[in-house]
Design a protein around this ligand. Structure first.
Ligand code: SF4
Ligand code: SF4
Length: 335
């Protein structure tokens, strides 16, 4: 396993990290087994969030007695001093530790959101105080909207940046990652598998393993995934021209209409659940499960044809998806 510097933090993280969302789905015992195997196989970077229900707790119970072997990262949507202080203390209790290596401002969505964090009485003051008190080591920022995260990076307040990056979602390459590199920040890649959009996920991970980033953090909830991820990171085999061609073709086919499930488009005045329709349509189009997808779609209370064409969702979608057009296709195929 390769270990890379996490920017200027002095920490060295395993290039293959561990995303803590999916372990919410497994039992405490299974989680312990999976995380223990990950540590034994060389993964040392674990990322969680206050919002991932019992994820911090499950990671915490598994790393007991091995604290010196792991780097713990977590994050919260708290934006005020009081909320941030309370969340840092809660994370410490959930992990069962007295120190968290990296504490991140989770999903910073807008300039207003960033301003709130940085304002007097905002979350940043609480992060600074927690750092001085020795409760946390370094500060990070995470988000899905490049211009906002770029603005956050430019403040110089954060040591790391966490952003979606995969063969379909390449926006970070334009300004964000080059800027972060220039500022010697740690770069953490979230959504490396684009939420399951790839038909050959191993190729998508192998592509990322060749990039100039600190760590990639695919979500893990099985021993097989640990083995697979560690195997890929150990071998680090570059893509062959044919494999690259396959990814390019696939990215082209799905990229422009690929819903990232970020839910920024909601709420819809007609109560449509756009991301859910698009997920089902993905099963119809990409996973060869047309009957199952149709059945699920038809059981939904509000369907895509309830759209009144107001266009509000499209003004909110950070990926500029032609949502209304996509909804029509969903209903044509599944309705
Ligand atoms: S365009 Fe349709 S889906 Fe989008 S917000 Fe308006 S009614 Fe809802
Ligand atoms: S349609 Fe756009 S805003 Fe809505 S979930 Fe998908 S990517 Fe996000």
């Amino acid at each position: 396993m390769e270990y890379r510097p996490l920017g200027k933090t002095g920490l060295k993280v395993s290039l293959m990290g561990f995303g803590g969302i999916p372990i919410q789905r497994v039992s405490r015992e299974e989680a312990k087994e999976i995380i223990t195997a990950a540590i034994e196989r060389g993964i040392n970077f674990f990322d969680s969030a206050r919002g991932y229900t019992d994820s911090e707790n499950k990671i915490g119970q598994a790393v007991k007695g091995k604290r010196d072997k792991v780097i713990l990262a977590t994050k919260t949507m708290a934006r005020t001093y009081e909320q941030m202080t309370a969340d840092i203390d809660k994370s410490l209790r959930e992990f069962g530790v007295d120190y968290i290596d990296l504490y991140q401002c989770h999903n910073v969505k807008s300039q207003e959101d960033l301003d709130k964090i940085l304002a007097p009485g905002g979350a940043m003051e609480a992060l600074d105080d927690a750092k001085k008190a020795g409760k946390i080591g370094h500060l990070g920022i995470t988000g899905h909207r490049a211009p906002v995260v770029v603005a956050g990076v430019k403040t110089g307040k954060f040591a790391t940046v966490q952003f979606p990056f995969n063969f379909i979602e390449r926006a970070a390459e334009e300004e964000l990652f080059p800027l972060a590199r220039e500022m010697k920040m740690g770069i953490i890649v979230m959504k490396p598998l684009a939420g399951g959009a790839f038909t050959k996920p191993q190729l998508a991970l192998r592509f990322l393993l060749q990039q100039n980033v600190s760590a990639i953090i695919p979500g893990v909830d099985s021993l097989e995934q640990v083995e697979l991820n560690v195997g890929l990171a150990t071998e680090k085999i570059p893509l062959s021209p044919e494999e690259l061609e396959y990814l390019i073709k696939e990215a082209k086919e799905i990229g422009e209409r690929f819903c990232r499930r970020c839910e920024y488009c909601k709420p819809c005045p007609q109560n449509l659940d756009m991301p859910t329709y698009f997920i089902l349509h993905g099963y119809y189009e990409r996973y060869g499960l047309p009957d199952w997808a149709r059945e699920r779609y038809q059981s939904l209370g509000v369907k895509a044809n309830a759209c009144e064409d107001c266009g509000l969702c499209e003004t909110r979608c950070p990926y500029n998806l032609p949502i209304r057009e996509m909804l029509k296709k969903v209903h044509r195929d599944l309705g």
